[in-house]
Structures are given as C-alpha cells and as structure tokens.
Design a protein around this ligand. Structure first.
Ligand code: C2O
Ligand code: CU
Ligand code: CU
Length: 547
C-alpha cells in the first residue's frame, strides 16, 4: 500500500485510526446513566436491520447489521461505529444481569446466539427459536462467564452463513475483577480485531454464493425454505452461480478481500507502548495462520474463554472460524517509524480449491496474505520491551479422570456422505438428540472429534472448526489418525490449547479430545462445525443435557 495514503488514512492513533479500523471513537462514552429496570443491570435493544455502509470508495455496500440502544443501565455498555457493518461492541461485567431484546427488521427469520456464553438453552439462540420479520425475542440472563472476548451472531436454520456474511456479527466483551487487577492495556490500547473475508462485485456489493443482498432479499431468501437436513444437491437456487457456487455452498465460502473490523486494506497507527489485541476470526470458512511480518513471536495471553494461566509464545497462531486469541504486544519492540504487518502465513491442509470455490479468482484457504498494516509512531518510550505478567489467571490443568466416560470417550466422526456433511453420519435435526448425544447435568465427559473420514472426499482434505454451545471446554489431547497422513505438521506449532476454549480446529487426519462439563442448565444445545457453510449444510447436531 502506498505510504502517503496510509498515513492519511491512519492519521494519529485515536479518532482516525478508530475510523479506519471501524472502531467506535474512544472517549465517546455517553453521559446517560439511568436506573436499570428493577431486575436488570442493563437493558439493551438490538435491532437486526438492512442498511448501507460506505466501506470502499464508490457506492455504499448494502449490509445486514445489528444496531443497538441501551434502554436502561450503563450507557457505555454499547459502543457502535458507522465506519463498519459490525454490530455494537457489548461490554458487560461478570455477574451482571442483562436483558437484551432482539427486534427482527430483516426480510427473513433470524435469532441471535451468544457465542461462548454459558446461558440457559432458551437464551442460547438455537434455530428453533428463530423469529419472523417484525418479531421480538427477549433474552434475560446473568453473565456467569469469566472475563473474555465472546461474540454474537445469527443462528437461523440453513441461513447462518448468509446472515453472518452480509454483516450480522458483534463482539461481547466480559470483564471481571481478576482481569482488572492485572492492569492490562485498556481503553484505546485494548483493540478488537475482527477478521473476515468477503467478495465484492464491481458495484461494492457483497457476493455470497453467486448473489448479492438485493437479489437475496427480494427473490431468493424469501421464497426459499431453509435447506433441510443438509441436502446440498436439491433445489434450484444453489445452481445459480454455477458449479463454483455449488462447490462453495458445500465446501465453504472464501473471500478475496480480507477485512479487519469491516474495512479492507486495514491499517493502524500505534504508539510505542503496550497494547492488547483481541483477535476474532469472524470469517465464514477461512482459517488464519497469524504471524508478525518479521516473525517475532506472538505473545498470547488469552483464548476463547478468557485469560490463560500464564502467557505463551508462538511463532504463529492458527485461528479457525469463531476462535479468538488475545495478544499482548509492546510496540516499543520496533523503532519509531517502522511499518509492520500482521500476516497470515501459507499452510497446507486447507481447502486448496482456488477459483473453483467461489467462481472468482480467489484467495485459497492456506494462501499467504497481509491481514493488517501497522505504523509505529514516534514516542517517548525507550526501546526496553515490557514483559507480560508472569501469572495471568487461575486456570488449572484439566484432569480427564473426572469424566464420567473416562474409559470410553465419545467419538464424533466428521463425515461427508451423499454430498451432505454430518457428524457420525447424521445431519441436523431441529429437535432431535440421540441417546449418544445425551449427557447428565453436572457431569464431565470426554468427547473426541475425528477428522478421519470426510477428509478423503473427492481427494480433498478439509479442516473443521468444532464448536460446542453453552460451555467452555479444555483440550486434553490431539493425535493423528493412523488412516491418514496429515499433509502438514506445522499447524500443530500454532495451536493454543492451554486455556478455556469453545471452538477447536481439527486438521485433516487429526483427532482432538476435549473435556466438557455440563453444568447448571438442562436442555437442548448445539454442537457443530463453525465453518458456516458446513454448519448450514448439516455438520451440526443437538446434544441434550438431562437433569
Ligand atoms: Cu458461533 Cu453455533 O455458533
Ligand atoms: Cu456458539
Ligand atoms: Cu467443517
């Protein structure tokens, strides 16, 4: 990118950088501070709306997005920005009682899921609770999660991929006393980075599976029932856009443009001081292998479910769809005036189908690219680099022996049969959970996701990003299947399995064993691949927690 232009775009730290990155301007905390509704610390109304946003020079981009307002309670709970389509950042403290009203102003059903939060099943945004246009869904829950970077997105049956792609995504950041005591970089030095990839047409409109939003809203999606049971070959609509679109519907949508907080060619000007960068992979299917341009180690202080016990260093970090990683960076490491970048490095084992995936000249999964350009400003700080706190949080090592099924871990094969994704050969059924998928409230179980079988499909190896609703789990073991030789061992060095997770990358030929505790809430919850076209295509099931 042209240096002069970048400087203009970036300006200096605050407002301009915030705008460039699609962040709310700092210091724009509203004054309003009312009494909350008696039962809630904060009451928010969240509208899913159709809008236009100027994302690139030229025509504005039609998007679907979340708009919020605080009806009562701390007005700084929401931070919105007009520079992006991303929803407002919702900031709450652990223990707060929140009410959030979702109002559907889209032309099709939707529902919001709070990704990573531990909430009752009726509050979790299961597709069975999707509301029609014009309707309202009221969420009420207490925030029990530890401090961490959670997020929210739609979850209607068969349409999650499209709705997320058209812009419906937001961050849900939880803070707590343990985290506050650490004095981590905060305010404008605590920067969320939401990574997404998109395809734009010549008129700046998002193209999803061969069609744009106007198309989709006026003709296709309204007339089209959601795909049932993961059948990907039925119905004419998926043929629109030809073979490339059909393959993308099945294998996953990849975009040529990498967006950070909703902006392409994102750049950021930083001071020579400490920052906390909270990275969310909000992409439909793309996995990132994050690294600094000069291969300085990334210092990771947190993952999906909050802070690690202690910081870990990685030369690169694999970040699959829905995973989060919290980075500690001291930009005093680099001289004033340096031009840095956060990159995604090449890796094997992604879906290397190139243009076939999107029907466009595309950036394959596993191809290298720049994610974010950074400019280091001059500043008073010396070149002494600050180390992160040696101890971050109370996180004990997992003990698999607490599992009720310690001797017989439950196996979940990620499968592809008759051109439909599945788990143990079964596609999604709205209200069903098998006896195998039933667990007892208050117990721990060992689950093992096996990416053995599906990876042979048409000779293509596919990673999967496995997510379990309603819980945070621990990764206890990774192994490689004897039946497959994985292409790439290097992904391994980029996993951060030390802390609490709700989503885990399972590379082709890999098996990942997790320890999950099913506490507090009986009911029906989802587990699925978070590559959204896989999820919409049937790689999703319910599990039932029985009291
Ligand atoms: Cu981000 Cu079903 O979840
Ligand atoms: Cu989730
Ligand atoms: Cu998948």
């Amino acid at each position: 990118m042209d240096h002069t232009r970048r400087r203009v775009v970036v300006g200096t730290a605050t407002a301009a950088a915030a705008t460039t990155l699609g962040l709310p301007p700092s210091g724009a905390r509203a004054e309003r501070k009312e009494e909350a509704d008696a039962d809630f610390d904060v009451h928010v109304e969240l509208h899913a709306v159709q809008e236009e946003v100027a994302l690139r020079p030229g025509a504005p981009t039609r998007v679907w997005r979340y708009r919020g307002k605080v009806l009562s309670g701390d007005a700084s709970t929401l931070e919105a920005s007009d520079a992006t389509y991303l929803g407002p950042i919702i900031r709450v403290r652990r223990g707060q009682r929140v009410r959030i009203d979702l109002v559907n102003e889209l032309p099709e059903p939707t529902i919001v899921h709070w990704h990573g939060l531990h909430v009752p099943d009726t509050m979790d945004g299961h597709p069975r609770f999707a509301i029609a246009p014009g309707q309202r869904y009221v969420y009420e829950f207490t925030v029990l999660n530890r401090a961490g970077s959670y997020w929210f997105h739609p979850h209607p049956h068969g349409r999650t991929g499209a709705q997320v792609y058209f812009g419906l995504t937001g961050l849900f950041l939880v803070s707590d006393d343990e985290e506050a005591a650490l004095g981590l970089p905060s305010g404008r030095y605590d920067i969320p980075l939401v990574l997404q990839d998109r395809n734009f047409d010549d008129n700046n409109q998002f193209i999803y599976l061969g069609s744009g939003l106007t198309d989709s809203a006026s003709t296709n999606s309204l007339d089209r029932p959601p795909m049932m049971g993961g059948g990907m070959m039925g119905g004419g609509s998926m043929m629109r856009g030809g073979m490339g679109s059909m393959m993308a519907r099945m294998m996953g949508v990849l975009g040529d443009d990498i967006l950070v907080n909703g902006r392409s060619e994102a750049s950021l000007s930083v001071e020579r001081r400490l920052y906390r960068l909270r990275v969310l992979n909000g992409s439909n299917t793309r996995t990132y292998k994050l690294a600094w341009h000069d291969r300085s180690p990334l210092i990771v202080i947190g993952t999906d479910g909050g802070l690690l016990a202690a910081p870990v260093r990685r030369d690169y970090v694999m970040l699959a769809p829905a995973e989060r990683v919290d980075l500690w960076v001291d930009f005093a490491r680099w001289p004033a005036g340096s031009e840095l970048s956060l990159q995604s490095l090449a890796f094997e084992g992604g879906m290397n189908m190139g243009g076939m995936m999107t029907g466009r000249g595309s950036l394959p999964d596993g191809a290298p690219f720049q994610v974010l350009a950074l400019h280091v400003e001059g500043g008073p700080r010396g070149s002494q680099e600050a180390a992160p706190p040696a101890r971050l949080s109370e996180v004990l090592s997992p003990d698999p022996r607490v599992a009720a099924n310690f001797d017989r871990p439950k196996i979940f094969e990620l499968t592809m049969g008759m051109m439909a994704w599945g788990i143990n050969g079964q596609s999604f059924e709205m209200l069903e959970a098998s006896p195998y998928e039933t667990v007892k409230l208050g117990t721990h179980e060992l689950w093992e996701f096996r990416n053995d079988a599906a990876s042979g499909m048409m000779g293509m190896a596919m990673p999967h990003s496995m997510h379990v609703h309603g819980v945070q789990f621990r990764v206890v073991e990774r192994s490689v299947s004897g039946r497959f030789v994985r292409d790439d061992e290097s992904a391994k060095a980029g996993f951060v399995d030390e802390g609490w997770k709700d989503t885990v990358l399972v590379m082709p030929g890999e098996r990942v064993r997790i320890l999950v505790r099913f506490a507090d809430y009986p009911g029906l919850f989802l587990y699925h691949c978070h590559m959204l076209e896989h999820e919409d295509g049937g790689m999703m099931r319910n599990y039932r927690v029985r009291a």
